[in-house]
Design a protein around this ligand. Structure first.
Ligand code: URA
Length: 437
């Protein structure tokens, strides 16, 4: 079928067959479908949506547009987690080594910052020598020998998604549930996973601000991934404040190292990470129930096994051998570090989380254009969680900036981002709901 016929049928609300979707995607990959036709197709899907079997067909066709990794040489369960993106979202960095230390193999293909959200790859590039694009052989060896490797998407994995995503990005067609579903899952399925846990974030620092939207996306992801043969569940988690107490790149790596060394116990980050680790262990069949699985993950953290795994992964992928012992010697500090103080006494009751992410970008820690270079040194740390009581003039966080003017601007911004009120807020649950297949 001609691409324009497929577009016409989708535009008119007619169901597309598996074969015609596969043919359209093959044309996207080999270039015979033009940029205008991809844009028109995406817009037709944006308006008319896709039935579940159409979304499964699109996902599988996009997966098959490139290589599908084969892990048959590894006898551990192959598992991963994916987040829809947040601020101070350190979960992947610490979860992969915890899961690996518990016996899973985690080939984690991560992304760069998107919009106001941070990107795992940008954070990892704060570590001198760490390569996010290792050879296929090094990637495979690292996953086999150490249990996890966090790397970037190669051109060989789901190339159709790369082209479609770039066109969606500039044609106002990113926010379509079937297109997001196929985009995320085509890459995850190409990574050759057996099970997948999704962190669908909701709140003022997430792409989905309403729980109903987050549930719709989570259901679509879970149903399509299970339909494609990967055991998948989703946790919808709160993103109405930064997840870690740091937001940026090097500051989040420092936070991750401190976390893995058990210096961040009792935090929201710890509760969420352990819940995801438990979900991964149960879904993959390594543990029978969530309580035992969470205890196993907590033990991997407390014993230092997860910290050791992270350190070995960093070294295997080109970073220093002693990062865990001497992080301060490797993570470049910002020239100016400034405390941000409370303008009055009271409780921290709310936070404009998206504003925190945008402030990181303004400091130079994120991008306004895809080819922008970023300053890994900048960001915020020591951010207090909502509900904390503060005194007038007390510290609510710190700015890391390239110069004094940027520091002053970001400090004033952060002071406005947090609302202080006399009454303590009612605590929000960390995990709002679980969606299983
Ligand atoms: N992340 C992706 O990889 N794709 C989308 O469409 C949205 C978020």
């Amino acid at each position: 079928m001609l691409p324009q016929e497929t577009i016409r049928r989708k535009r008119s609300g007619e169901p597309l067959s598996r074969e015609e979707i596969a043919r359209f995607v093959a044309g996207v990959t080999d270039g015979s479908v033009s940029e205008g036709q991809v844009a028109a197709f995406a817009m037709a899907v944006w308006f008319n949506g896709m039935a579940r079997d159409e979304t499964v067909a699109l996902t599988l066709a996009m997966r098959d547009s490139g290589d599908v990794l084969d892990w048959s040489h590894i006898d551990r369960p192959i598992a991963d987690k994916h987040s829809t993106g947040g601020v101070g979202d350190n979960v992947s960095l610490v979860l992969a080594p915890i899961a690996a230390a518990c016996g899973l193999a985690v080939p984690m293909i991560s992304g760069r910052g998107l919009g106001h959200t941070g990107g795992t790859l940008d954070k990892l590039e704060s570590i001198p020598g760490y390569t996010i694009m290792p050879s296929a052989d090094l990637f495979r060896r690292t996953v086999k020998d150490i249990g996890c490797a966090i790397i970037g998407q190669t051109t060989a994995l789901a190339p159709a998604d790369k082209r479609i995503y770039a066109i969606r990005d500039v044609t106002a067609t990113v926010d379509s549930v079937p297109l997001i579903t196929a985009s995320i899952l085509s890459k995850k399925l190409a990574a050759g996973l057996q099970s997948l846990v999704l962190d669908v974030k909701v709140g003022n620092g997430a792409f989905m601000t309403e729980i109903s939207e987050a549930e719709t996306l989570a259901r679509s992801l879970v149903e399509v991934a299970n339909g494609a043969g990967v055991k998948t569940s989703a946790l919808i988690t709160d993103m109405n404040q930064p997840l870690a107490d740091a937001a940026g790149n090097a500051v989040e790596i420092a936070n991750c190292i401190a976390f893995l060394k058990s210096e961040k116990t009792g935090t929201r980050l710890e509760r969420i990470v352990l819940a995801f680790a438990a979900e991964m262990l149960v879904l993959s069949g390594l543990e029978k129930d969530a309580t035992a699985a969470e205890a196993k993950a907590a033990q991997a953290l407390a014993s230092g096994a997860a910290a050791e795994t992270f350190g070995r992964m960093v070294h295997a992928l080109g970073g220093p051998a002693d990062l865990m012992e001497k992080a301060g010697a490797y993570l470049q500090p910002a020239p100016v570090i400034l405390a941000v103080t409370a303008s009055k006494a009271g409780y921290l009751v709310s936070c404009d989380t998206r504003g925190v992410g945008l402030a990181v970008i303004e400091l130079g820690g994120g991008r306004s254009r895809p080819d922008d270079a970023i300053d890994h040194r900048v960001g915020f740390d020591r951010l207090l969680p909502l509900g904390t009581k503060v005194e007038k003039g007390g510290e609510i966080g710190r700015v890391h900036a390239a110069n004094a003017a940027d520091a002053a601007r970001a400090s004033a911004r952060l002071a406005e981002i947090y609302r202080i009120a006399p009454e303590t807020p009612s605590p929000a649950p960390d995990i709002l709901t679980r969606i299983s297949g």
